[in-house]
Ligand binder design. Structure first.
Ligand SMILES: [Zn+2]
Length: 98
């Protein structure tokens, strides 16, 4: 997952934009995310045959990503998660044990 790092204000943003949403600058550089974060909030969607979980994940670098949680049947806020990919889209799974 590629984030943008603003060299003017030292903040990260996701998704990519032409200017920094924090300072309005355009000195933005692509950087690979660490792929770690915590669950910020979530909701389980029961309208599909198989329920799925939509979540906001707060990345270690700071930005918040709207994503799906997989293999987390009973998520809780602040739970550590790690980035994975499914069908070309970013999803988050439980953090690997230390
Ligand atoms: Zn900035």
């Amino acid at each position: 997952m590629i984030l943008q790092f603003c060299r003017s204000c030292q903040k990260y943003q996701y998704y990519p934009r032409p200017i920094c949403v924090a300072c309005g600058g355009d000195d933005l550089w692509p950087v690979e995310a660490a792929g770690t974060g915590v669950v910020d909030s979530f909701t389980v969607v029961h309208r599909a045959e198989t329920p799925y979980t939509v979540a906001r994940v707060s990345l270690t670098e700071g930005p918040i990503v709207l994503t799906h949680l997989v293999d987390i049947p009973d998520p809780v806020c602040d739970q550590p998660v790690r980035l994975d990919w499914r069908d070309g889209l970013p999803v988050f799974r439980p953090s690997l044990p230390e």
